[in-house]
Write a protein that binds this ligand. Structure first.
Ligand SMILES: [Zn+2]
Ligand SMILES: [Zn+2]
Length: 282
């Protein structure tokens, strides 16, 4: 009798390679790919501080907490104006925060801090910040929070316009779903994926438990089109840094390997994946 007392033993006894549970719905042959794991993640590229009004902690506290997770880089991405709720940074605030980031950066050894922003995609498809301000940022997440009931055509056009923008690195929580509250806006995910593939824009898997957005089926479409994914916590409080592994689990359900995940790479390597001119000014 072969030893089949655990799952690996059952696979071995059957003479077939062990397959991670996330891949068992899809038939494939040969050795399964090595899926991304929580320990592969090296940085967090969507984080909020108290600068934009809804983050709970200072920039320094966020930096120290992310660093304590063993990460080697992060981007602070507070909200731009336009998000509503009386929060968000105006262009002058963004410039002041870039200076603050540069001051903090000088105190850091062995950890990279990027000056970023979560810029709002406005109702007309424009981005809230002027182009020259976005060009000064090391990392731009473009997200849609307002005018979510416009209908699929207009929402899709707004998301695509953001993806086409030369300063936008990643589209944040692309479908806008809030689990248990709303399904997310109607939009053409295939068209957005195609625009991201054409323009070198990344798509986010947002690890907040009420978002988990992109969902695995959409992330799978992105990967099939060659679009890289960023797994972000979007943490507004330090305890939310724990959510990152939920995003990793979503990515695994989409069949993502470490290579598919932008922030599973060292920062220097990440530079090679970015749009022309989008290299962090560290
Ligand atoms: Zn957001
Ligand atoms: Zn955010």
């Amino acid at each position: 009798m072969p030893d089949a007392s655990d799952e690996a033993g059952v696979y071995a006894a059957l003479g077939i390679p062990w397959c991670p549970p996330e891949l068992r719905e899809e038939p494939f042959r040969g050795e399964p790919p090595r899926l991304v794991e929580p320990a592969d993640i090296r940085g967090d590229l969507h984080l909020h501080s108290d600068w934009s009004g809804d983050g709970k902690h200072s920039l320094l506290d966020v930096v120290e907490a992310v660093r304590a997770r063993g990460h080697s880089y992060m981007a602070i991405t507070d909200h731009s104006g336009g998000v509503g709720m009386g929060i968000g940074l105006e262009p002058d605030d963004v410039r002041r925060q870039i200076e603050a980031v540069h001051r903090v950066r000088e105190t850091l050894d062995g950890f990279e801090l990027l000056a970023g922003c979560e810029v709002d995609i406005m109702g007309d498809g424009s981005l809230y910040l002027p182009d020259d301000v976005m060009a000064e940022l090391d990392w731009v997440v473009a997200s849609l929070h307002v005018a979510q009931r416009q209908g699929a055509d207009r929402i899709t056009k707004r998301l695509i316009a953001a993806a086409e923008h030369p300063s936008v690195d990643v589209i944040g929580h692309p479908s806008g779903r809030l689990i248990g509250k709303r399904d997310g806006y109607d939009f053409d995910v295939e068209a957005l994926v195609e625009a991201c593939a054409d323009h070198g824009t990344f798509l986010e898997i947002n690890s907040q438990p009420h978002r988990l957005d992109l969902r695995p089926a959409h992330a799978r479409l992105a990967l099939a089109a060659g679009v890289k994914l960023v797994i972000s916590t979007d943490a507004h409080r330090l305890s939310a840094l724990d959510y990152q592994e939920l995003g990793v689990f979503m990515a695994r359900r989409a069949g993502a390997t470490r290579d598919d995940i932008v922030n599973a790479r060292p920062l220097a390597e990440l530079a090679g994946l970015r749009k022309p001119g989008r290299v962090a000014q560290t």
